[in-house]
Design a protein around this ligand. Structure first.
Ligand code: SF4
Length: 220
């Protein structure tokens, strides 16, 4: 069994969490996360900031001109669907939740286009409630290290809930995302500068690629 605390502290030292930059509002964290699906960070950030500056809150977004919203998010993946979806989410939040984003997983996943990952990002980043959001980085890194051996994000979330102490869950996703963007990249992970290579199954696996074997040899 790996010592989670040891390896997490090492990861965090090289990959401090980046939080949502322009807002800590649960509503805009929800909207930004929905825009981010299949979209580059820089594009998501630009679109979300412009929406925020134009419409300010769920009341403003509910009454937005759909054509204007669509134009603002035109470089976001699936912008046609998402422009209507975020207006609908604003309407539901205003009418069914008194203008406040719900703070439970059960209620959040009832919103259109809101799966478990998005719900958990809103809970952890918007409300500081411990929750494990499994995106592509969390899924890949947790399996590479050997923290979990899972096939789906849902399985991964369930497994990680038993491994990541509550006190680390709020920051777990942003820390792992940063680590996945800078060191444990999808292709050609930078194992030569990785502070947790000793703990990592992928790095220590006998079937590792030639490149990994070379790095491992150098390190020994
Ligand atoms: Fe990722 Fe390589 Fe570090 Fe393992 S040793 S966590 S594969 S960067």
């Amino acid at each position: 069994m790996k010592n989670f605390e040891d390896l997490y502290i090492k990861i965090k030292e090289v990959s401090p969490a980046h939080h949502f930059e322009f807002t800590d509002s649960p509503f805009w964290i929800l909207i930004t996360t929905i825009l981010s699906h299949r979209t580059k960070d820089i594009v998501t950030d630009q679109a979300a900031r412009t929406l925020y500056n134009r419409y300010h809150d769920s009341e403003g977004l509910e009454h937005a001109d759909p054509a204007d919203v669509k134009a603002i998010i035109k470089y976001v993946g699936f912008s046609n669907v998402k422009s209507l979806r975020i207006i609908e989410i604003a309407r539901i939040i205003n009418h069914d939740y008194g203008g406040k984003v719900p703070d439970t997983h059960d209620e959040l996943v009832k919103l259109p286009g809101t799966g478990s990952k998005t719900a958990n990002i809103v809970l952890s980043q918007g409300f500081n409630i411990p929750a494990i959001a499994v995106d592509t980085h969390v899924f890949r890194i947790s399996n590479r290290i050997g923290l979990v051996h899972t096939k789906t994000p849902d399985e991964t979330e369930e497994a990680l809930k038993n491994i990541v102490p509550l006190k680390y869950q709020v920051e777990f996703n942003p820390v792992m995302v940063e680590f996945g963007k800078t060191i444990c990249k999808p292709v050609s992970p930078k194992c030569n500068i990785c502070p947790i290579s000793n703990y990592c199954d992928y790095f220590n696996n006998k079937d590792a690629t030639g490149a990994i074997k070379k790095i491992r040899k150098k390190a020994n």
